[in-house]
Design a protein around this ligand. Structure first.
Ligand code: SF4
Ligand code: SF4
Length: 168
């Protein structure tokens, strides 16, 4: 597509600032009657008119099994791949030799929401989520432990699929 270039020339005679101001005010006045495209967030939240992409990478979620236990098997892949080094994992093992996380924490403040942890997880346990309202007053509140990660209920991100680059 050809790019159109508009050359704006400087006026060669004196211009009326009054006329320019009135034109500006008329334009502003026209907008008063147009449909509003903004919201007074967070007082107003409209999920019908505005929603975030299913690929949005936000607050993490740990999925659980039927018994409500975290699906994580403490394989260690996600802390290994995490570029921000914000996942803390202390693995444990039960009497049958099954591994599970004794401690699993994510520091959402240090996280760069790359989604690598979700991509690498062999159990599809840890996910980045379609969620963004995670502001806190204290920095330590950004460290989500296993219980808090399991208690999240927001949808999980679908990430980017190279086989489906347009998300269709
Ligand atoms: S999204 Fe990326 S930076 Fe955040 S915890 Fe996962 S791997 Fe680490
Ligand atoms: S990659 Fe998955 S299974 Fe492995 S430690 Fe991380 S959350 Fe647990």
């Amino acid at each position: 597509m050809a790019i159109e270039v508009t050359v704006v020339r400087r006026p060669e005679r004196n211009v009326s600032y009054l006329r320019a101001s009135l034109k500006g005010m008329a334009l502003t006045f026209q907008h008063l009657f147009r449909k509003k495209v903004t919201m007074q967030y967070p007082e107003e939240i409209s999920e019908d008119e505005w929603s975030i992409s299913p690929r949005w990478r936000g607050t993490h979620r740990m999925l659980t099994d039927e018994q409500g236990r975290a699906r994580c098997v403490a394989c260690g892949l996600c802390p290994q791949i995490c570029p921000a080094n914000c996942i803390k994992l202390v693995p444990g093992e039960d009497e049958e030799g099954n591994r599970y996380p004794l401690i699993y924490e994510i520091d959402e403040f240090r996280c760069v929401f790359c989604g690598y942890c979700q991509e690498v997880c062999p159990e599809e346990a840890i996910h980045v989520g379609v969620h963004y309202e995670n502001a806190e007053y204290q920095r330590e509140r950004f460290v989500y432990d296993l219980e808090r990660l399991c208690a999240q209920t927001h949808p999980v991100s679908s990430l980017w699929d190279p086989a489906d680059p347009r998300g269709e």
